[in-house]
Design a protein around this ligand. Structure first.
Ligand code: SAH
Ligand code: SF4
Ligand code: F3S
Length: 475
């Protein structure tokens, strides 16, 4: 990969200088053109990427850009990519392909790609050779170099490819432009050390590193003071939070401290890894004031032999122990999971084990994925890749069974009155408003969309596999 000229600036360096330089240039443009430059940020992938995009938008705003609603109106387009499955990569590439004609119409348009997909060398090379209208790219660990790279591009018009893979620092204090005024992401750690054999994340997000607790707590305090009601702490494996920090806290310590912050808010976290989601954490949750009784605990497979090939380092039995303890301490807990169907070598018998676990676990909801081989991961080199037709049939069976279980779980809530954070008018049914329960379940009711961003009480009157209906309570 090409080395850019701003090595001296370093990704750990303060981006403020570059932000000021770009802002000056954008002010000059605005004086001449009679309008501010506009930026458009498009995000693929998980919450981690959404959180990163809010920082990209925050930096763009600090550099004097206004936010555009559509790529056609933009002077700067940033595409933040995902690599977790092939489908995510294809979507990002085809979207960027469509931007070629925008560049033809407006040669001044700057197109930039970042995130997990372009953190892979083979994809960076592909962009370099097949997408010549992409001006610069930077990897996930080089997020804070965005202003410096943009400034360099403005001055040299030389394409820049910056992986940032060598970076191990944690950037604090970047500007953030949050999408919502009442739900917020707070990244507490970056990267992953687990190397599950199917997963690209450790390769594209680098080694695990945690923020110190104090800046995290400070961020949560500021969010609560600003009226945020639903705060999610983010990391690929939050249970191993704290390693290498000066404070030496673990995740349960961090949660317990965060829970002491006074205010009217819900605290959530994701994602937990079953191998180290321990009793201490569950005890802290059960005793807390603000932590939602909600747990996302990805199982991936119910077969111990597949779990071993996945390098997950727990068994189905160990998983159930954690689940049982969780329900013992919090009988009202909502539990969701991730499942992969068609991992290499998954036999009919392995899949039956998974189906048994789905019945036994009684998840409120699962996110199920068809296995997608990722270049460079051990699983992609394994023999016995499962034929597509078999995988699809298994996937459909799993979904059908889980939908029935999800519906049963939701029916148990009928007649109960729940605290719900209102999200305003429903997109699908403008006559309804919608919101999320503490368990993060979607609820629809007739009411005033002006309650958006506030907690309301809703009595549940109906259930579907993925949603609830209710009536607003006026108490
Ligand atoms: N760190 C989290 C999330 C990782 S990605 C965790 O450990 O749970 C989210 C989900 O995508 C994973 O839980 C897994 O179910 C799925 N996934 C990851 N790699 C995949 C692949 N190669 N093919 C299909 N699904 C995959
Ligand atoms: Fe991927 Fe496993 Fe890390 Fe999750 S814990 S990001 S599945 S390697
Ligand atoms: Fe997330 Fe996709 Fe990267 S799931 S961590 S954006 S590969």
């Amino acid at each position: 990969m090409e080395k850019n000229k701003l090595q001296a600036a370093g990704t750990g360096a303060d981006p403020q200088k570059a932000i000021a330089l770009v802002r000056q240039e954008n002010q000059r443009f605005a004086m001449e053109a009679g309008r501010a430059r506009r930026a458009f940020v498009l995000t693929f992938g998980c919450q981690q990427n959404e959180a990163d995009s809010e920082k990209i938008a925050g930096m763009a705003q600090a550099m004097g850009y206004e936010m555009a609603d559509a790529p056609e109106q933009a002077d700067l387009i940033v595409v933040n990519t995902c690599a977790v499955r092939e489908h995510a990569e294809k979507r990002a590439l085809s979207t960027v392909g469509q931007y070629k004609h925008l560049k033809a119409q407006n040669p001044e348009l700057v197109i930039e790609m970042c995130g997990c997909m372009v953190s892979q060398e083979h994809r960076a090379d592909e962009i370099k050779h097949r997408y010549p209208y992409v001006n610069f790219i930077f990897g996930t660990s080089a997020l804070q170099t965005f202003p410096a790279l943009l400034w360099e591009w403005m001055n040299t018009h030389r394409r820049i490819f910056r992986s940032g893979a060598e970076e191990t620092s944690v950037a604090e204090g970047l500007p953030v432009r949050r999408e919502s005024g009442y739900r917020a992401w707070v990244s507490i750690m970056y990267g992953c050390n687990n190397f599950c054999s199917y997963c690209i994340v450790p390769y594209v997000r680098g080694r695990e590193r945690s923020r110190e607790p104090e800046p995290i707590l400070e961020e949560i305090r500021a969010l609560v003071a600003a009226g945020y009601r639903d705060i999610t702490l983010l990391g690929q494996n939050v249970n191993s939070y704290g390693k290498g920090t000066a404070a030496g806290w673990d995740f349960a310590d961090l949660l317990a401290a965060a829970d002491k912050i006074e205010g009217d808010y819900i605290l959530r976290f994701m994602t937990s890894h079953p191998k180290d989601a321990g009793k201490k954490l569950i005890d802290v949750m059960a005793a807390s004031t603000h932590i939602a009784h909600q747990f996302h605990l990805p199982l991936q497979s119910g077969s111990n032999s597949i779990l071993e090939k996945m390098n997950r380092r727990y068994t189905a039995e160990k998983y159930l122990e954690t689940l049982d303890y969780l329900r013992e301490k919090m009988p009202d807990v909502t539990v969701t999971s991730d499942m992969i169907v068609g991992f290499p070598g998954e036999s009919d018998a392995d899949f039956e084990e998974t189906m048994k676990m789905i019945d036994r676990a009684g998840f409120d909801m699962i996110f199920s994925f068809i296995y997608s081989p990722r270049k460079g991961t051990p699983a992609a080199r394994m023999e016995n890749q499962v034929p597509e037709a078999v995988t699809h049939a298994r996937f459909d069976r799993m979904l059908e069974r889980q939908n029935a279980i999800g519906l049963e779980k939701n029916r148990e809530l009928v007649g109960k009155t729940l605290r719900v954070l209102c999200d305003g008018e429903s997109k699908n049914d403008p006559a309804s408003v919608c919101g999320r329960t503490e368990g993060n379940k979607l609820v629809f009711w007739r009411g005033d969309p002006a309650a958006k961003g506030s907690f309301v009480r809703v009595r549940i009157t109906g259930a579907e596999p993925f949603a609830l209906q209710g009536e607003l309570q006026s108490d």
